[in-house]
Design a protein around this ligand. Structure first.
Ligand SMILES: C[S@@+](CC[C@H](N)C(=O)[O-])C[C@H]1O[C@@H](n2cnc3c(N)ncnc32)[C@H](O)[C@@H]1O
Length: 220
């Protein structure tokens, strides 16, 4: 797969970008995802922004803006990748943003943009090395999708958020049930840990179907 992606790296045509996206949507396991992002990191922004007109980072950042007035709030960008979401948050005036991702290659790209205070290596399918109730808010874009992260990761994410904090995230429509998000929200609400405050169906890419569920989850 690496040599195919390398061959694509200098082409920003939407055909090349769509081929990589198809590979991403065919991922079955987190190990496959890590390998893909290791190979893709350098050309990721070019493929997503120019090749595919990826609008989800701007949209989810705006959703956080709507519920988080305090521009000094500490925010964790979960599955931050190369930092596309972080760049929009900085544009909205937030300054205390950390990023977390399990791909060293994606974190290296994010580091070069000098957006984040801290960049934390971490796997969302395991226990995170972050103390309880650290952050005022969380955000995540494109990470709850095929072969990436199961709904139980929400337990860890909510653990590191302060009571009252909001978590703005996208969840791909196709994994909502299969990765357990529907039943997870029922469980979190019943146990008084968190509630799904809003959910809008929107596209990840300009002029594409409404494949994303853009959510605000409130830690209680
Ligand atoms: C589609 S990219 C989205 C990156 C960025 N948020 C954006 O919107 O451009 C998904 C990101 O999630 C990260 N990721 C996937 N599974 C993960 C896991 N289990 N733990 C931590 N990060 C993960 C990948 O490394 C990748 O950077």
């Amino acid at each position: 797969m690496a040599h195919l992606i390398m061959a694509d790296q200098n082409r920003s045509s939407s055909a090349a970008s769509k081929r990589i996206l198809e590979r991403a949507y065919a991922l079955k396991t987190p190990d496959e995802a890590k390998a893909l992002y290791g190979d893709w990191a350098v050309s990721y922004d070019q493929h997503l922004e120019q090749g595919l007109n990826y609008i989800a980072p701007a949209c989810i950042a705006q959703i956080l803006v709507n519920v988080l007035a305090d521009r000094t709030a500490s925010i964790l960008d979960i599955g931050c990748g190369t930092g596309l979401v972080g760049a929009y948050l900085v544009g909205h005036g937030y300054s205390a943003i950390d990023g977390l991702d399990f791909s060293a290659a994606m974190l290296n790209q994010a580091r070069s943009k000098q957006i984040y205070q801290k960049l934390l290596p971490g796997d969302l399918n395991t226990v995170l090395d972050i103390p309880d109730q650290t952050y005022d808010a969380g955000i995540s874009c494109g990470t709850f999708t095929h072969g990436h992260v199961k709904a139980d990761a929400l337990d860890e994410i909510l653990r590191v958020l302060k009571p009252g904090a909001c978590f703005a995230c996208t969840i791909h429509r196709e994994v909502w049930q299969s990765a357990g998000f529907g039943s997870k929200f029922t469980q979190l609400t019943a146990s008084g840990v968190a509630e799904l405050e809003s959910m809008n169906e929107q596209p990840f890419y300009e002029n594409a179907p409404d494949d994303g569920r853009f959510c605000v989850i409130r830690r209680l």
